[in-house]
Design a protein around this ligand. Structure first.
Ligand SMILES: Nc1ncnc2c1ncn2[C@@H]1O[C@H](COP(=O)(O)OP(=O)(O)O)[C@@H](O)[C@H]1O
Ligand SMILES: [Mg+2]
Length: 269
């Protein structure tokens, strides 16, 4: 248990997550999965959650992983985020094989390189918005005064300048998700992973969260990877990965998408 806790803490020094020679490799690709499979064994039955996923995700793009419930989106999210390990295959973040990282390096990756956003916000209920946002910075070794200053700035940036001392239960779902977005970007990650970030929100509020993510993408150049089954979120994506039964069905760029979304809309009417 202690080992798990230590593993999840954020080391203060940059570990060897980015090797010196990474520059000669494909800089443009920030996440690469090769033949990623994941099997869950429960009570003698095996679920093939991922069945050989090959994916290259480019720096600064907004990528949606789209698929019905149970298609493997969250499983893929966990693999890319270094939160779980594949049964087979490889995941590279900035051309570093995640499986080769020791627990210290993995903790550094989770803390500094990737920001996570979940459907149910996952804020700590006893902490204020500001405390929720400063926590990853404190884990990363930032001075508390600096963390508070930066936390307040980020909260203002996500439109919550007047909610810094509110606790989660004193905020709407949309506001809580904004805090979660602020927390995700606290340590200036290269990648923000969002698993159904609009799943618990009404359409308008969900749309606002997506607009916020888009804004962060253009402002900070952060790569956004968002799992969703909400078709209405498609048009903001640079590319959409359609996943079904743990396999990539097809990958479409936004320009190509308009046609197929039109087709879906037509067929639904
Ligand atoms: N921890 C787990 N243990 C056993 N089966 C799981 C686990 N997580 C997911 N699954 C199964 O793997 C498949 C893919 O699940 P998931 O990745 O959560 O799909 P999605 O996020 O697209 O809804 C589902 O059949 C699900 O029941
Ligand atoms: Mg899911």
């Amino acid at each position: 248990m202690a080992e798990v806790a230590a593993d999840r803490a954020c080391p203060t020094q940059a570990a060897a997550a980015a090797p010196a020679d990474s520059g000669r490799l494909t800089r443009d690709v920030v996440v690469r999965t090769i033949g990623v499979t994941k099997e869950y064994v429960m009570g003698g039955s095996v679920t093939h959650a991922l069945q050989g996923v090959d994916l290259s995700i480019h720096r600064g793009e907004y990528l949606s992983i789209m698929g019905p419930s149970g298609s493997g989106k969250s499983t893929l999210f966990n693999m890319i985020g270094g939160l779980d390990v594949p049964s087979a295959g490889m995941v590279f973040i900035d051309e570093v094989d995640v499986a080769q990282l020791d627990s210290y390096e993995l903790a550094w990756l989770r803390c500094r390189k990737i920001g996570y956003i979940f459907q149910s916000f996952n804020l700590l209920p006893v902490l204020t918005a500001l405390e929720n946002v400063t926590m990853p910075m404190l884990f990363a070794g930032m001075h508390p005064d600096d963390a508070r200053e930066k936390g307040a700035e980020i909260l203002a940036m996500v439109g919550l300048g007047d909610r810094v001392f509110h606790r989660p239960f004193q905020m709407s779902g949309g506001q809580q998700q904004r805090v979660a977005v602020a927390r995700a970007i606290a340590n200036d990650p290269a990648i923000v992973l969002a698993d159904e970030p609009t799943g618990n929100l009404d359409l308008k509020t969900g749309r606002e969260i997506i607009e916020l993510l888009l804004d962060l993408k253009s402002r900070m150049g952060v790569t956004i990877i968002s799992a969703t089954h909400d078709m209405k979120m498609l048009d903001v994506s640079d590319r959409v990965v359609w996943i079904r039964d743990g396999k990539v069905e097809r990958i479409e760029r936004r320009e190509e998408l308009r046609i197929s979304v039109g087709t879906i809309d037509d067929s639904e009417e």
